[in-house]
Structures are given as C-alpha cells and as structure tokens.
Design a protein around this ligand. Structure first.
Ligand code: CMC
Length: 392
C-alpha cells in the first residue's frame, strides 16, 4: 500500500493518471490534449475544444458537425425541472440553484444512470454540456423575475446562452457578436485545469460509483468557494470595496498582514508560480471587449490594472510568487457583458463542465481506478474508557 505521507491539500500527491490537460506551473504552460491554450484561444472555439477534451483529438468537419448537432438537440430541460426554480427564494444564490438542479437531473434522466454503459456515458456527456447554459439562464431569470426563455437550437452555444439570459418576450433581442466571442474565449480558458479542487471532487464523488449528475453537482459545490471558482465574484466585490486607486496601498497592506485573513482575490495559484497563461489572454480580451462595447472608460478595469502593477512590484507578492490568475480579469468582462456579479461563478461552471465530464469519463474507464479514500494523521485522544454521564 506504499509509504504513508502526510500531504495537506494534496500539493504533492498524484491521485490518478490523466491524458487530458498538462500544466507546467514554473513555465506557465497549459496544454489541452497537447495543444497550447494560447493557440486554441486564438484559433479554435469552445465547441471544438469540448470535442477535443472529451475525445482526445481535434474533430474533422463531419465529426464537429455531428457533435454540435447533438449538443443542440439536448439543450431543453424537462419541463418539470423548470418548476424547481420557482421554489427558490428570489435572492437564492445561483450557485445554490445550479448544484441543486444539476443534482436533480439524476431523478429525470434514467437512461444515463448506468455508468458501465459507454453509450449512456456518451449521452450524459452531451446532455450535461448542452443543459448547463439552460439551467444557468433559468437561475438568472428566476433571480430577476423575468420569464424563462427557451433555448434556440438554430444558434451556437454562446449565442444561445446570451439570448436565454437577456431576451425578453416584449422586445426583439439582437445578439452582440463581440459578447458571444468573449464568452466563447472565457469558456475555452475555463474548460479544464487538470486536478483542481472541483475536478478532483468530481473524480472523488464519482469513484464511489455515484451517478455522474451527482458527481458534477459535487464539483459545482466545490467550485463555489472563494479560493476556487468563487474568486471571480470575490474579485469584483473586492475592487468595489477598494473603490479608488488611492485606497490600493491600504488593501495591499491588509493582504500582507499575517493577522488579517484578507487576501488579494484573483492573486496566487497552487500550481502557477510565474504567471497564469490564462490571465495574460483574458487581460487582452478585456481591453478588446471594453473597447468594442464602448466602455473604454471603465473605472473597475483601471483599478484592476493599477492593483496588478502595485502588487507585481511589491516584495511580498514577488517573494511568494503571487501573480494575477484567470479570475482576476474574467469578472470585469462578465460585468461588461451585463452578467451580474452573483452569476460569475456560474459562468465558470458552464465552461468547466466539459473538463469535469472528460475527467469523470477518464476516471470511470481507468484500469487502475478504485474508490478515492485518503488516509489521515490522527491527532485525537488515545484509547480511553467510557465514563457514564453521572460521573462526568
Ligand atoms: N493574497 C495575499 N497572500 C496570499 C495570497 C493572496 N491572494 N495567496 C497566497 N498568499 C500567501 C499565503 O498567505 C501564504 O503565505 P505564508 O507562506 O506566509 O503562509 C503563501 O502566500 C502561500 O499561500 P497558500 O494559501 O499556502 O497557497 P495555496 O497554493 O494553498 O493557495 C490559492 C492557492 C489560489 C488558494 C491562494 O493563492 C488564494 O487564496 N488566492 C486568492 C483566491 C483566488 O484568487 N483563487 C483563484 C485561484 S485560480 C482559479 C481557480 O482555481 O478557481
């Protein structure tokens, strides 16, 4: 059974073999199935990358067309599921709705519950990818009290998502191609990131043989935390709290103070110790989106740029290798697209769903796979005798 090692947070533990994503944290390299994320971000699109992550190779035209059609035909939700949303309070956090509704899919789609059937696993993969934007949009519509908008299968993944979010029956809705392009890029950059907290959670929950919807719902719950996917929401709230460039030194000092739990949100990464290649790409996209949406004058973006500069020159951040990560800029783009702050982590979840699914499929078919079950270093009481209540 090997040598026992105490490794809090599993920073030095390899839990599986994987062929999906490669990261070199020192060099800032991120590869999906061997392809550099920079090339994919510049030349590919989210549908193609979803195929790549799930099947291991870039698709031919025919393969992509078939995959895309299949995803489009799975976008509808069972009508009964829509009624769940009305049961939530109007101010329910959309991540709470997302994890609950995705978990409940196991009560609706029985044809995909047999994890040992490769066809069922394939249908599950297409279905979850297709339905995530529909569920996310339903959560959003519930939050703002607008009627739910059904998916339109004549539209691509991101265009369809935008119309489900922002169309209202009373007015025609025109899809902004820059917004669709920005979303597509964000989804590409969020699509996978090897054994991060939520993906490891999906693998761990799935390793017990639990159905894949439950495993993904577990991943969504893990993503919600501010140290992980919840960071994009936390970044925006932090920038709003800073409010003005003149307050930056005060917040940087707080982040450096050992007795203050405050951290600069959007900074630091367990694996990247030089830079996060996704942050570099997102930063550029941020400029483009703000310019094309006519929001060149974005105080939040200016504040973010200044904070980045201050932190990058600060000894504490240099010494600890703390650089802006993917979440530092993504929120500013979402904000420019009109997506509310509470939905940011939901957007991350939509992009990451394909990664979770690829990992779940890899885990299920791993010949070395077995239930995940870490050990512990027991620091509690040694054996002692029970004392009856009247003698305590
Ligand atoms: N601000 C100030 N100090 C920090 C920060 C920060 N953002 N991040 C790490 N540190 C310090 C930390 O206090 C510790 O100091 P010391 O060695 O003196 O105790 C040192 O740097 C190492 O930190 P750690 O918490 O041991 O590192 P980790 O690998 O366990 O955590 C992290 C990585 C991303 C959770 C952490 O850097 C963090 O909390 N960052 C802010 C939240 C964030 O932006 N998360 C998004 C991550 S990227 C997208 C994703 O995965 O979802």
């Amino acid at each position: 059974e090997g040598v026992f090692t105490y490794d809090p947070g599993y920073g030095a533990t390899g839990s599986c073999e994987s062929k999906i994503t490669f990261i070199d944290g020192q060099k800032g390299i991120l590869l999906y199935r061997g392809y550099p994320v920079e090339q994919l971000a510049a030349k590919s699109n989210f549908m193609e990358i979803s195929y790549l992550l799930l099947y291991g190779e870039l698709p031919t035209k025919e393969q992509l067309a078939r995959f895309d059609t299949s995803i489009r035909t799975h976008t509808m939700l069972n009508e009964g599921m829509l009624r769940f949303f009305t049961g939530f309070r109007y101010d329910a956090h959309p991540m709470a709705m997302l994890s609950a509704v995705v978990g409940s899919m196991s009560a609706y789609y029985h044809d995909t519950m047999d994890i040992n059937n490769p066809d069922a696993r394939e249908v599950f993969a297409h279905r979850i990818l297709a339905k995530m934007p529909t569920i996310a949009a339903a959560a959003y519509k519930h939050t703002c009290g607008q009627p739910f908008v059904y998916p339109r299968n004549d539209l691509g993944y991101c265009e369809n998502m935008l119309q489900m979010f922002f169309a209202v029956p009373a007015e025609p809705y025109e899809i902004n191609p820059v917004a669709a392009e920005a979303l597509d890029l964000l989804f590409i950059l969020h699509a996978d990131h090897e054994q991060n907290c939520s993906t490891s959670t999906v693998r761990m929950a799935g390793s017990s043989g639990a159905n894949p919807y439950s495993a993904i719902a577990a991943g969504i719950s893990a993503l919600w935390g501010p140290a992980h996917g919840g960071a994009n929401e936390a970044v925006l709230r932090m920038l709003e709290a800073i409010g003005d460039v003149k307050n930056i030194p005060k917040f940087v000092a707080k982040a450096k103070d050992k007795n203050d739990p405050f951290r600069l949100m959007g900074f630091g990464h367990r694996v990247y110790k030089n830079f996060d290649p996704r942050a570099t790409i997102i930063r550029e996209m941020c400029h483009k989106v703000l310019k094309q949406m006519g929001r060149t004058n974005s105080p939040l973006f200016d504040l973010a740029l200044e904070l980045e500069q201050v932190a990058l020159k600060d000894e504490y951040f240099i010494e600890k290798n703390l650089y802006p990560n993917v979440d530092f800029y993504s929120g500013i783009i979402y904000r420019a697209l009109g997506i509310p702050t509470s939905m940011f982590t939901v957007m991350f979840a939509i992009g990451r769903t394909v990664g979770w699914t690829a990992h779940w499929r890899e885990m299920i078919t791993d010949p070395n796979g077995r239930i995940s079950r870490p050990r512990q270093l027991y620091t509690g009481e040694p054996t002692r005798d029970y004392v009856s209540i009247d003698q305590r």
